[in-house]
Design a binder for this molecule. Structure first.
Ligand code: SAH
Length: 222
């Protein structure tokens, strides 16, 4: 579990407020999303060496060559999902659990899948420590979705897919929203919001992003 020095924690509390102001300036308007970001201590999701940068608008390493997303990207993805306290959400790519923690404060139940055992174990400890009891975790390949629990009203993918994954689309409820980064590692990646309406899909391009790849299968080493 990541320890945070008390003096650092105090300094970071002020920086957390500054981050909220800069997210507002960048166009994040949903006060519920901002409030959730204001409640989750991002430093606790980082190794000690990176904690002093917890409230910069940066993606940072979380081990296993993975990264915690930039707060600005977390805010936009969360906002685009339009979750309420009645929504059932699927997240692919738990990572350190930061995005999961934000969503869990806003939705009814979050199902989250991670392929790295080590990352999942750490994330689960954080969920317990912060009393986030509406999160259900699964160690496995998120590109297969979670058929036993489908359909989901919202799906968020936090690793870049080659294309909008058809399997996940099939597990999205009608009227549901999926947010997913699409593109390879060399070229450009775009963030898409997909609305599944009765007459088909409506796809909104939310702009360029940079995510680690969505990789099939469970990671072999912990
Ligand atoms: N939301 C995370 C972002 C983590 S980065 C956070 O806030 O920290 C993306 C994560 O997706 C990584 O942890 C990576 O291991 C995971 N991932 C990649 N492909 C996956 C797959 N097929 N199934 C489940 N998780 C996957």
């Amino acid at each position: 579990m990541n320890r945070v020095r008390p003096a650092l924690e105090e300094a970071l509390a002020a920086e957390r407020q500054d981050l909220l102001d800069s997210l507002r300036r960048l166009g994040v308007a949903d006060e519920r999303v901002l409030e959730a970001i204001g409640r989750v201590p991002r430093e606790h999701f980082l190794a000690e060496a990176f904690q002093d940068r917890a409230y910069r608008n940066l993606a940072l390493p979380i081990g296993h060559q993975q990264t915690i997303s930039q707060p600005w990207v977390v805010a936009r993805m969360t906002e685009a999902l339009e979750v309420t306290d009645r929504t059932k959400v699927l997240e692919i790519g738990t990572g350190c659990g930061y995005q999961s923690a934000i969503l869990s404060l806003l939705c009814r139940r979050l199902y989250t899948i991670e392929r790295h055992k080590g990352l999942m174990g750490e994330a689960e400890r954080r969920f317990r420590r912060f009393g986030l009891t509406n999160i259900t975790t699964h160690l496995g390949d998120g590109s297969l979705g979670w058929p036993e629990q489908a359909p989901f009203e919202r799906i968020i993918v936090t690793a870049a897919a080659e294309d909008i994954p058809p399997v996940l689309l099939s597990q999205l409820a009608e009227g549901g929203i999926m947010v997913v980064p699409v593109g390879g590692q060399g070229g450009e990646q775009r963030l898409y919001r997909v609305d599944k309406g009765p007459l088909g899909l409506e796809i909104e391009d939310m702009g360029e992003v940079r995510f680690v790849p969505l990789v099939a299968g469970v990671a072999s080493s912990a």
